[in-house]
Design a protein around this ligand. Structure first.
Ligand code: BES
Ligand code: MN
Ligand code: ZN
Length: 498
């Protein structure tokens, strides 16, 4: 899909669908007002009769029948001005693009107006909202009729002010890059575990390195052994798929300290010997969402040429039961030297992250951010509306909160108090990997906190947000690609400040 920016009048565009953005309870913007006039007041009439409310994400499709050159007119609501954030425009763009596609339109134009933030942000929101909203996962559909023969081929973003073209186009380009990477993350997470093994993820990382300015290395089992990564190796011991430890480095920041991004990539979480019930076990292909997100984010950083140094670390393995599998009661020695008693082999994410976080410390990073589908309890606590956040750095937690608001991938903090950390004391090892049901989002984070040394650290639990059971504004049901845009925004904001 091609997105271009140009000046022009909506009522004179030869296109399949014209899209107008409309603010609830306000007078029409200039493009909408002219289209309304050409249609003999139809737009205002629909609003007056409340057939079109202009509430956030509401859409209305009409056929102008020659009164304007476009074959269809789609009005999309931005909601009330007080709530009009870039995320509202992203939502509107997603809804309008999907409505246009459903109607069979191929080439569409949108005249974004009515908001008060800058044209660059608007361009980015439009590109992201439409691309993410139109996303489909069709790789395993073999029949043409299931295969979405309807596709949007081009979107023209129209402005009446020539002075805005450059900023709009810059935003569109940023949005296209970010949305493409988020779509890659969705593809990875939607893929069956048989086709998204640790080796496949390593191959994808290598592919990103060929395409962008990234350096990627993949450590194999013998290297992990020499590094003392007993926790990652322990989790991997039940699987026939060899584990991979993926290291992607982006150096765009000269002498600046590194930012370390660590993503959990369990390509399938059966629970291991502490096996999960079979209901919904299929969803456990999404347990590599954190790893996919950090690869997407570092690719974005490279594509946008941020002046930062970043390392993405992805411990990748399956968690399977077998004769050679990790067993409850086993004690693992981690790369940091600390030992962990395994009470539940299904609490495997924190094990592989323990070694990856220790590895991250080698970079003496300015901040470590880890992202993981870590605990089912996070869904009990926050539902699918927010990612759980814990950590040791108030400054970076605040930055993450802001990135969450900007991207719509919102985070909510839980406390990391000492009392919780007492719950993972072990009788025979330095700690145990499961602390019972009480506060288990937090006790999981407590374990991670023991592997980040003194480096500022933020942990994101995406167990509930990596997947959506229902269609959302610009997120069709399935993998959400969460974290990719959030971390990219965190990096963009970091670059501005440093
Ligand atoms: N990958 C799961 C967490 C998860 C659960 C993600 C549901 C998405 C949906 C994780 O490895 C896990 O199994 N956690 C256990 C920990 C427990 C055994 C201490 C959990 O949350 O039940
Ligand atoms: Mn598990
Ligand atoms: Zn898991």
């Amino acid at each position: 899909m091609k997105i271009t920016v140009k000046t022009g009048k909506m009522e004179a565009m030869r296109i399949d669908a014209a899209i107008l953005t409309i603010v609830e309870g306000e007078k029409l913007g200039p493009a909408a007002a002219r289209v309304d006039k050409a249609l003999g007041g139809m737009v205002l009439k629909l609003i007056k009769r409340e057939e079109f409310t202009a509430k956030a994400g509401s859409v209305c499709l009409i056929y102008p029948e020659g009164k304007i050159t476009a074959e269809r007119l789609i009005m999309v609501g931005l909601g009330k001005r007080a709530d009009l954030t870039p995320d509202r425009l992203r939502l509107a763009a997603g809804k309008a693009a999907v409505a246009a596609r459903n109607a069979g339109a191929k080439n569409i134009a949108v005249a974004p107006e009515g908001f008060s933030f800058g044209p660059e942000e608007a361009g980015q929101a439009l590109a992201e909202g439409s691309t993410l909203g139109l996303y489909r996962f069709l790789k395993y559909k073999s029949k043409k009729e299931d295969n979405g023969k309807k596709e949007i081929a081009s979107i023209t973003v129209l402005t009446e002010k020539a002075s805005q073209i450059n900023a709009l186009a810059k935003g569109v380009r940023t949005g296209e890059v970010i949305a493409a990477q988020a779509a890659m993350v969705r593809d990875m997470v939607n893929s069956p575990s048989a086709d998204m093994t640790p080796a496949v993820i390593a191959g994808i990382a290598k592919g990103l390195a060929r395409k962008h300015r990234l350096k990627v290395r993949v450590l194999e089992r013998d290297r992990m052994r020499r590094l003392g990564m007993g926790a990652l190796l322990g989790v991997a011991s039940g699987s026939v798929q060899p584990p991979k430890f993926i290291i992607a480095e982006y150096r765009g920041g000269g002498q600046k300290p590194f930012i370390a991004l660590v993503g959990k990539a369990i390509t399938f979480d059966s629970g291991g010997i502490s096996i999960k019930p079979s209901d919904n076990m299929d969803k456990m292909k999404d347990d590599m969402s954190g790893g996919a997100a950090v690869l997407g984010a570092i690719a974005n950083a490279a594509a946008l040429r941020l002046s930062l140094n970043i390392v993405a670390l992805v411990p990748a393995t399956e968690n399977m039961p077998s004769g050679s599998a990790l067993k409850p009661g086993d004690v693992l020695r981690t790369m940091s030297g600390q030992t962990i008693e395994v009470l539940n082999t299904d609490a495997e994410g924190r094990l592989i992250l323990a070694d990856a976080l220790a590895y991250a410390c080698r970079y003496k990073p300015a901040v470590i951010v880890d992202i993981a589908t870590l605990t089912g309890a996070c869904r009990i606590a926050l539902g699918q509306e927010a990612t759980g956040m814990l950590g040791t750095s108030d400054t970076f937690k605040q930055k993450m909160r802001e990135a969450g608001e900007t991207t719509g991938e919102r985070v909510w903090e839980l406390p990391l108090w000492d009392g919780y950390c007492d719950l993972i004391k072990s009788d025979i090892a330095d700690m145990k990997n499961a602390g019972g049901r009480d506060g288990s989002v937090i006790t999981a984070a407590c374990l991670l906190s023991k592997f980040v040394e003194k480096y500022p650290w933020v942990h994101l639990d995406i167990a509930a947000t990596a997947w959506t059971d229902k269609d959302r504004p610009y997120t069709p049901k399935g993998a959400t690609g969460i974290g990719c845009r959030l971390l990219t925004q965190f990096l963009l904001d970091f670059e501005k400040k440093n």
